[in-house]
Design a protein around this ligand. Structure first.
Ligand code: PEP
Ligand code: MN
Length: 362
């Protein structure tokens, strides 16, 4: 059920309707759109007792939402969600393409810093790197844990990059929430409903990766879990699904991008690294992802991929990442979108304050 407010409804009218919904025993989610605010009602098992909602001041109409997902849907909000961050001009879901780049895992301070410098120079505004790695083998590198998170926080201070890193369970989510700018929920956890609810109570945006064999509806329902707890800053991510094809690690399903955009206001980005598992396919699929209209890319980059402790075969060399950025800049321009430019010259040291004279080095 959805309460659509009149275009000029006042804040008080919106608040009164939310309070009435809560009194009825449901949860109210007021979501402002370009034209009007819609209030999603969740927490109901079956029919909502509408009562006098329809008669309340400022209400345009009360509509039944036939789809199983509500808050992620364009019925609630027709304009695209744009995610913003404190102390950064980076956005996700707006005109600028959000580029997240970095190693699969944080292996050491030196390794992570070396990649961070290269991806900053190339124009990325987000740094990815796992401190907790979900690995198929319990004997494989599991990540540096809190030590890795501290390295990531240093990278944010040094380079001004926003940090994207994965939480694998409740315990690690508590730590990731403290250190990261975006909490990543990995493919293997896309239907870990208790973790999704915890992420929904976090105070940071969530990057939700598509499960290995999840349908579009299952992905949207997973996002709904997060939003139903009150966190509306969700970024969806296509990272390939399992199919019979074995020439790539997964089959990157780029058709889900326009399919999601038709149904949902949430941004969707593409991960061509896990989507293909092969370095030589990352750039072509990145070009395609931008052409298909993705809001961004998440890409694995390593200065020495042969020595990488995880996912070396799909990690780009920094020079390849430079080239990729140049190419997607041109493709984005055709669509009226922008990819941030490279940084030449001395890199600002954000923490030491030398950024003051070069406030916008781009
Ligand atoms: C990753 O981003 O390093 C990762 C493990 O991704 P996924 O959950 O998509 O496999
Ligand atoms: Mn990886």
């Amino acid at each position: 059920m959805l309460v659509v407010m009149k275009a000029h409804a006042s804040e008080t009218e919106v608040r009164d309707v939310c309070e009435r919904i809560q009194k009825l025993g449901y949860r109210a989610h007021a979501i402002p759109g370009a034209q009007r605010t819609a209030i999603g009602i969740t927490g109901n098992q079956g029919e909502v007792e509408i009562g006098t909602l329809e008669e309340m001041s400022g209400v345009a109409e009360v509509i039944r939402v036939s789809k199983p997902y509500k808050l992620v849907s364009r019925d609630v909000k027709d304009t695209n969600t744009i995610i913003r961050f404190p102390n950064s001009d980076a956005t996700i879901g707006g005109n600028e393409i959000a580029v997240m780049a970095g190693p699969c895992g944080v292996e050491s301070r030196d390794q992570a810093f070396a990649v961070a410098e290269r991806v900053t120079r190339a124009g990325a505004k987000f740094f990815r790197g796992g401190a907790y790695k979900p690995r198929t083998s319990p004997y494989a590198f599991q990540g540096l844990g809190v030590q890795g998170l501290k390295i990531l926080a240093e990278i944010r201070d040094q380079f001004g990059l926003l940090i994207v890193t994965e939480a694998v369970d409740h315990e690690t989510l508590d730590y990731v929430e403290q250190y990261a700018d975006i909490i990543q929920i990995g493919a293997r956890n896309m239907q870990n409903f208790s973790l999704l609810k915890r992420a929904g109570r976090a105070n940071k945006p969530v990057l939700l990766k598509r499960g290995m064999s999840a349908t579009l509806e299952e992905l949207l329902m997973a996002a709904e879990y997060i939003m139903s707890e009150g966190n509306y800053n969700v970024i969806l991510c296509e990272r390939g699904v399992r199919t019979f094809a074995d020439h790539t690690r997964n089959t990157l399903d780029l058709s889900i991008v326009p399919a999601v955009q038709r149904l949902s206001h949430l941004p969707i980005i593409v991960d061509p690294s896990h989507g293909t598992g092969k370095r030589n396919k990352v750039t072509p699929l990145s070009r395609a992802a931008i052409a298909v209209g993705a809001s961004g890319l998440i890409i694995e980059v390593h200065c020495n991929p042969d020595e990488a402790l995880s996912d070396g075969l799909q990690s780009l060399y920094p020079e390849q990442f430079d080239q990729l950025m140049g190419e997607i800049r041109q493709i984005a321009a055709v669509l009226g979108r922008e990819v941030p430019g490279p940084i030449t010259g001395v890199l600002p040291n954000v923490v030491a304050g030398t950024v003051a004279t070069t406030a916008n080095p781009r």
